[in-house]
Design a protein around this ligand. Structure first.
Ligand SMILES: [Zn+2]
Length: 488
């Protein structure tokens, strides 16, 4: 990245401290669910009290609730807009301001600590607004230790040669964690999802990782390279992050490497929240560090087995920027029952995608229907030749616009896409291919794909005819996900 100081890649965690915290967290794995819950509630109480005491915003919004020891379910929620708007009053160090943090992440020394204390992280704004977050040294150590603990839980030991291939910017979470953990594995190459595929293949061949952590879209591309004989690696384990993991990527990796792909759930605001165990029967939630509430549209809890309308996260370890009942639009279903692995942590059975990615449309018979865009893109990413795709709602169906890679025949790609997408949407699909780049929908911006290995896509949930002059909500792209979701 141009203008970034050489210092930006220097790790800032003390590995000894992180190791010690990770050991302590690993000890929680042997607890009973009741012990874990009791610990979580105790930590929550301490966290809320500290927030109400030290943060002017929290004092005003939750001070009374804390004083009366009310349950978390009665506390107000917050979202990214509120967090950014009230940033200067939410932080517990009055020296920190949104302007100062913004200047820091935009500056040449963005990879260094602000005020010699704070790790500043930015998100890409896939839901329309860029987020800025700060972790103090202690909180950053805990976030790194949690990452290490989760790795150990899934069988990744310190002696394994591991590698993460994530976002290229020093102010993104995945970059920072890769940099921190290179201190443990100094021989690991520095690769990003934007690196040319030839370079990725050459470096992986030279390094021969035992496990690899990256985006499903890159895993798909690497499987092609391995099949073609150019990539020659034999990892025992893959970790997927940052994008929704399509079932066929798991199958593909199993076919090509005879190795499992474990999924993870993380966000810049929270660090890693959940990870698959060896049984892959749902992702175990790090409930000793974060409280996850899966709720309906009115913030009432939904039971395991039922998909929530959103998720509220309370982060128990970042005291500098208290994140309390912070809204995520992820559509999450908690798992029922217990996992054979015996871990006390509850599990996320499924994350369907984000609420904004639901395409709602009217059918030709006047009825209303909806489909989550993931069902379509899981299919589209498998079609050779598609470079970008874009969904829009019509008055009687969905329009899918396609852009193809140079040298591909748009009509042939369209023909290949037609039958399956129509069957998924009960025939209410209009397909349009537009050569190498589709024209933008009115009010809908389509950036060029930032990452060569990832399809970029844009969705528009409003009906085209209803749009008028207003700007539509612009939904996540694979490339944006790379920026908004840390690769952990
Ligand atoms: Zn398990």
């Amino acid at each position: 990245m141009a203008g970034v100081s050489e210092q930006s890649g220097i790790p800032t965690v003390d590995i000894g401290t992180v190791d010690r915290i990770a050991e302590e967290l690993l000890g929680h794995s042997t607890w009973s669910p009741e012990q874990l819950l009791a610990y979580q509630q105790e930590q929550l109480k301490i966290f809320l009290w500290r927030a109400a005491t030290r943060s002017p915003y929290c004092r005003r919004t939750i001070g009374d609730l804390v004083a009366r020891d009310r349950p978390l379910a009665e506390f107000p929620t917050m979202n990214k807009s509120k967090l950014m708007e009230e940033f200067d009053r939410i932080v517990t160090d009055p020296r920190l301001t949104r302007t100062l943090v913004e200047e820091h992440v935009n500056g040449e020394r963005c990879g260094e600590l602000l005020l010699d204390e704070y790790r500043c992280i930015a998100t890409g704004g896939s839901t329309g607004q860029r987020g800025l977050f700060v972790y103090d040294r202690d909180a950053w150590n805990v976030a790194a230790a949690n990452q290490m603990r989760m790795q150990r839980l899934i069988g990744i030991t310190p002696d394994m040669r591991g590698l993460g291939i994530g976002a290229p910017s020093p102010v993104h979470m995945s970059y920072r964690f890769s940099a921190e953990f290179r201190a443990i594995r100094p021989g690991a190459p520095t690769l990003f999802v934007t690196s040319p595929i030839e370079e990725i293949v050459a470096q992986l061949n030279a390094y021969q990782p035992d496990y690899l952590l990256t985006y499903p879209s890159l895993l798909r591309r690497l499987a092609e390279e391995q099949r073609a004989g150019r990539l020659k690696i034999a990892p025992r384990l893959f970790r997927s992050a940052a994008e929704a993991l399509a079932p066929d990527v798991k199958e593909l990796v199993r076919e090509v490497w005879n190795a499992p792909v474990l999924d993870g759930y993380a966000a810049t605001e929270t660090g890693i929240m959940a990870v698959d165990c060896e049984h892959r029967s749902g992702m175990h939630i790090a409930e000793d560090l974060v409280v996850l509430e899966v709720v309906d549209a009115d913030n009432r809890p939904v039971p395991p087995g039922t998909q929530g309308a959103k998720m509220l996260a309370t982060v128990l370890f970042n005291h500098t920027l208290p994140v309390i009942r912070y809204e995520f639009s992820d559509l999450i279903t908690l798992a029922e029952g217990t996992c054979p692995c015996g871990l006390p942590f509850r599990r996320i059975e499924r994350i369907t995608g984000r609420a904004e990615e639901i395409l709602r449309f009217r059918t030709s018979s006047g009825g209303r229907a909806e489909i989550h865009a993931a069902r379509l893109w899981f299919y589209l990413v498998k079609v050779a030749g598609i470079r970008q795709y874009q969904f829009g709602s019509l008055s009687d169906g969905i329009r899918i616009r396609l852009a193809v890679y140079p040298g591909c025949d748009p009509r042939a790609v369209e023909a290949q896409t037609k039958a399956p997408t129509r069957s998924l949407t009960s025939n209410w699909t209009r397909l349009q291919s537009h050569g190498e780049r589709p024209p933008s929908l009115p009010g809908c911006i389509i950036p060029a794909a930032k990452y060569s290995s990832a399809c970029a896509c844009r969705y528009s949930s409003a009906t085209e005819g209803e749009r008028g002059g207003r700007k539509d909500p612009i939904m996540a792209t694979a490339a944006d996900r790379a920026q908004s979701r840390p690769l952990l």
